[in-house]
Design a protein around this ligand. Sequence first.
Ligand SMILES: [Zn+2]
Length: 334
Amino acid sequence: MAAGFDLPSGLYVDRSLSDDEMWSAFAYLFSTKSVNDTSYKFGFLKAILDNLYNVDDDLTLTFNQLFSKFAEIYWNLVLKHHLLQKNPGKTNRRSKLETVLYAAKERYQIEDSIPFESISPEMKIYVCHNVKQNCKQNVVGALYADLQKYFYSFDKAGEWIKINPQMYEFVCKHKVAIEKINYYEWAKFLEKVNEDRVLDHLLSKLDETTLHTRSSLAYYRDILFNEFENKCFYCGKPVFRGSVDVDHFIPWSFIKDDNLWNFVLSCPDCNSRKSDKLADEIFLDRLEERNNVLIECRKIDPMKQLNKVRRIYDWAKKNGYNEIWTPEKRLIHG
Ligand SMILES: [Zn+2]
């Protein structure tokens, strides 16, 4: 068992940390010195990375937020792609997590190939709750200890983690690099415990563990449509319900999460041209104004979302999203 897994709570190291110290904490986590017989630490780190911009003002994340992502990630890896997350050994034993997922699948009689985003809301809640109840014991304290107690404080009874502000800045700045190393080491682990036949396109399978759905985008589209004039956010061209895209202002590939403050209505043309790029900063100003309106009509929780976009925009630039897009002039109608 990994060190620290049985701690009921823990506090992060509260002193000034150098970048070298923070990098070496991750180097240790990804080294062979950090021993684990399951892939949990990779999955839980990924769940935190995918939730980085969902923190409260005091950088707190709840177990519900974290284990919802965790459950989604593992549902797709274990049930959809049949990737073992633990060496079954001679006794052929599954990890607790795999047992919970297979039990849920049987309870609801779902086929293996159904991705998490396609199961019913009721089933999602059931799966997330059971994954949380069964995995929180072994996961939260282990990652805490493996990262030298730098990353977060946690409390299992209260069901929260609180991220160290220094580490928060560090991880936001290096998010893409940390995520890639995490995938690489996770893939190495999976190669050890799985048979060749399930390892095809392994890195793509890991990278696609969290997906956003068409139906959830329709939900955001309707809110935006009802609240604003029906114009493309970028070029101003009129858009209609049947021919409008919901664009992730900061690319989804960076945020890996769907949030109303990051969605704008866009004509299909602008949406496809913008693709995975950042929009010019003038649109950042416009988005902040737009979000202020959403805060006023209480579609967005001001405590959670205010002033976040600008910081994330800057972090995205630092993480390699430095191609800036602007719609063609002739399309702009103001
Ligand atoms: Zn447009």
